[in-house]
Design a protein around this ligand. Structure first.
Ligand code: CDP
Length: 206
């Protein structure tokens, strides 16, 4: 079974996807990590994340250790991830890895283009979103929990700018697949979102 979970920044896709994967005993892939790790390699080498050949070389040389890093979620890496992700050649370089990951034993994958490009035939497609205020507030709490100092207004601006870039790029723009089910978590806590998603999955698979 392939479960595709897409949506804008900080919508709670990761939390939801991990829980669904654990419950259904499926492998889980956070595909955002691929773009974040690519961006980190570029930034650490002093490169420009908008430069096609620099970003492509970084994407092609990703290792398991790059993906396992725990310093990929800061604001600069998030912005650069969105920049490398807008490059078609980078997306192409990361495509096979994502498809292979899912095809062996089934999987839950979260990202921006899972239901549209990576697995258009996914068994279940969820599009998880929330108001920009709710999403920025959650991201702000994550920064605070990690001890990073950042202003809420800055987080709102970053989330809005990244959503705009992700939605308007030509390469695999963020959009809801026609056959996806929308889950708006603005007024839902994580438990409610999980219960809602699980009910949808059971409804479609039994
Ligand atoms: O956790 P958050 O929703 O903020 O971001 P993420 O899922 O880690 O993705 C970081 C960036 O990678 C996004 O802003 C997208 O530009 C890009 N991305 C993408 O283009 N396609 C994916 N399947 C996953 C992420």
């Amino acid at each position: 079974m392939i479960i595709a979970i897409d949506g804008p920044a900080a919508a709670g896709k990761g939390t939801l996807a991990k829980r669904i994967a654990a419950t259904l005993q499926l492998p889980y892939l956070d595909t955002g990590i691929l773009y974040r790790a690519t961006a980190k390699r570029v930034l650490e080498a002093g490169g420009n994340p908008e430069d096609v050949s620099t970003a492509l070389t970084a994407a092609q040389s990703l290792s398991a250790a790059d993906l396992a890093r725990n310093d990929l979620r800061d604001a600069a890496t998030s912005k650069a991830a969105s920049q490398v992700a807008s490059i078609a050649a980078v997306r192409q370089a990361l495509l096979d890895f994502q498809r292979h990951f899912g095809t062996a034993h089934g999987a839950v994958l979260d990202g921006r283009d899972i239901g549209t490009i990576i697995f258009p035939q996914a068994d279940i497609k969820l599009f998880v979103t929330a108001s920009v205020e709710a999403r920025a507030q959650r991201r702000y709490q994550e920064f605070c929990a990690r001890g990073e100092t950042v202003a809420l207004a800055e987080v709102i601006a970053d989330v809005q700018a990244r959503d705009e870039a992700d939605r308007t790029r030509t390469a695999a723009p963020l959009m809801m697949a026609r056959d996806a089910t929308l889950i708006d978590t603005t007024d839902m806590d994580a438990d409610t979102a999980f219960a809602c998603a699980l009910a949808l999955i059971h409804g479609k698979t039994t």
